[in-house]
Ligand binder design. Structure first.
Ligand SMILES: *Cc1c(COP(=O)(O)O)cnc(C)c1O
Length: 381
């Protein structure tokens, strides 16, 4: 089955009681049992809910995995993965990643005795020097947020496998339409469903997808024991979002490419970070593991001052100034003071994230309007 057909039908069966083509919102906290412990597989809605079950089946289908688990946010999904570990365990993570993941790792889990190494992952071989017998997990994000660096998933998976270390890929930026890490050897895929999968800026949600049954049982145990589950209405909205994911992503890619080229040719723009440029340092890897390059990019102006960046950020009309990404509407963001403010400045600068960097999530509006908006905003600085 081709990808669009799969996305439209993923997880959804006609409702057994009425034949309703859309999965109903089972807005219930509990289920009546015929006799003690005699039930239809549903006991209590933190553990199971039919709307969530349909969605979890869909998550598995769209990431080419066996099992999906839904969480109340992307960070709740990340939190569940780290809870597989024990004090003393070590994690190798990228040094250019979502600020909230960094905050969760460094401010919450480090004090429970888990050690994190934040390293440059543009060359997978770099990982080997941080591996030891305490290493239990490699955490990668590719493309990275916000610098659009690319990590070779297959190469990292080979290193992880040879040492019996788990590999989890945060696939939020690519979406399952552009990249499927399980096919490349990853053990777990994580998404902030809030972004492209939900796609309409109306839900906070996360998910994990995996193939290994034992791993799924461990993560399901954490999901129900810690309780960060999404409500049925949010699950319904995401089921609906998935049906148009392929069409939205096609337009995000088309618009993204045009905006990236426009910015790159603009005399007032110094540098554009987008993984679809042939001279991107890891273009060959991006081309190998992704089906397209998406609508995420960042750039710096020739006037590399924070004031110029802030002026531009405040003067767009189609682009809304907001955190988040992956929705149908275009968003503009200042990582240093918004999405990535939780990373210490020194750390940010060291990793190439300057105070004047501007990030775009190019939406699916008419691209002429998107470009015209950037044109007038850049002209104003
Ligand atoms: C937003 C985001 C997260 C966190 O997800 P939430 O749904 O906001 O909790 C994790 N990783 C990446 C790459 C993100 O963009």
């Amino acid at each position: 089955m081709k990808i669009g057909t799969k996305f439209i039908h993923a997880g959804v069966e006609p409702d057994p009681t009425t034949g309703a083509i859309m999965t109903p919102i089972y807005q219930t906290s509990t289920y009546v049992q015929e006799a003690p412990a005699q039930h239809k597989g549903y006991e209590y809605a933190r553990s199971q809910n039919p709307t969530r079950t349909a969605l979890e089946t869909a998550f598995a289908a769209i990431e080419n995995g066996q099992f999906g688990l839904a969480f109340s946010s992307g960070v709740a999904a990340t939190d569940a993965v780290i809870k597989l570990l024990q004090p003393g365990d070590e994690v190798i993570a990228g040094n250019d990643m979502y600020g909230g993941s960094y905050r969760l790792f460094s401010k919450v889990f480090e004090k429970f005795g888990i050690k994190f190494h934040y390293i440059n992952m543009q060359d997978a071989e770099n990982i080997r020097q941080y591996m030891n017998d305490k290493t239990k997990l490699i955490w990668i994000e590719t493309p990275t947020n916000p610098l659009m660096n690319i990590t070779d998933i297959e190469a990292v998976a080979a290193i992880a496998k040879s040492s019996g270390v788990l590999l989890c890929v945060d696939n939020t930026f690519a979406s399952p339409y552009l990249q499927n890490p399980l096919d490349l050897g990853a053990d777990i895929v994580m998404h902030s469903v809030t972004k492209y999968i939900g796609g309409h800026s109306d839900v906070i949600q996360g998910c994990l997808v995996m193939n290994n049954k034992e791993l799924k049982e461990q993560l399901y145990f954490i999901q129900k024991s810690c309780g960060a589950v999404p409500g049925p209405q949010d699950c319904f909205l995401v089921l609906r979002g998935i049906k148009t994911l392929h069409v939205r992503m096609q337009r995000h890619c088309e618009n993204g490419e045009k905006v990236a080229q426009f910015l790159r040719n603009h005399p007032k723009v110094e540098k554009v970070f987008w993984c679809g440029f042939e001279d991107h340092p890891n273009f060959a890897v991006a081309k190998k593991q992704m089906r397209g390059f998406g609508g995420m990019m960042s750039f710096i102006l020739k006037d590399n001052s924070v004031d110029a960046a802030k002026k531009l950020l405040s003067s767009t009309k189609v682009f809304a100034l907001a955190e988040s990404l992956g929705g149908v509407e275009s968003l503009i963001n200042h990582p240093a003071s918004m999405t990535h403010a939780s990373i210490p400045r020194e750390e940010r600068i060291k990793n190439g994230l300057s105070d004047s960097l501007i990030r775009l999530s190019v939406g699916i509006e008419d691209v002429e309007d998107i470009i015209e908006d950037l044109e007038q905003a850049i002209a104003g600085v």
